[in-house]
Write a new protein. Structure first.
Length: 185
């Protein structure tokens, strides 16, 4: 029973780490990458659709992204989605594709992006701690129902705390790496 809770806790924490990594991929670092625009939502016939489902995204050069819609009629909707996003990029439309030029980041913009990374890392830490709280509450309820002993409860709590510490370290490592990448000229 304790093993099931530990396994479920570990899986949920892994998903939190994966979510953080996906989130941080969308933060601009001065280099072009398709991940910057992958999760951008486009109004596709009235339905919010991820850009990756309506267009091909490529990176022909280190400082530019090219977006080729599968249907030429979607060009305006994609351009509008990019313009209204928080990317801070101006789309260049040539009638067949959209080109995004990635300018070098200013020191101020690097600091802002670094703060965003810190904020998202803190959100991930909170999520991991909430998962820990849920697991410990489950263990306590099992102990109240006499499904596990008090010693098993304490052992389970220590194991959950150990998992939590490991995942918090992963969050810290991921955020430090991303901040270093952003601050590198």
């Amino acid at each position: 029973m304790i093993k099931e809770i530990l396994h479920e806790t570990s899986e949920r924490m892994k998903k939190t780490i994966e979510s953080l990594e996906m989130d941080l991929m969308s933060i601009r670092t001065g280099r072009a990458t398709p991940a910057l625009v992958d999760r951008l939502s486009v109004d596709y016939y009235g339905v919010a659709t991820p850009l990756i489902q309506v267009a091909a995204i490529s990176v022909p050069e280190a400082q530019s992204i090219v977006i080729r819609p599968y249907s030429p009629s979607d060009l305006a909707a994609i351009e509008k989605a990019i313009a209204h996003s928080d990317l801070g990029l101006t789309p260049n439309n040539d009638g067949k594709q959209i080109r995004l030029n990635i300018p070098a980041l200013t020191e101020e913009r690097r600091r802002d992006l670094s703060k965003q990374v810190s904020r998202r890392a803190e959100e991930a830490r909170v999520a991991v701690r909430n998962i820990r709280r849920d697991a410990i509450n489950d263990l306590r309820s099992f102990e109240k129902e006499s499904m596990i002993s008090e010693d098993e409860l304490h052992s389970g709590q220590e194991q959950v705390q150990g998992q939590t510490d490991d995942f918090i370290k992963q969050v810290d490592t991921i955020s430090k790496d991303k901040e270093a990448e952003i601050m590198t000229l």
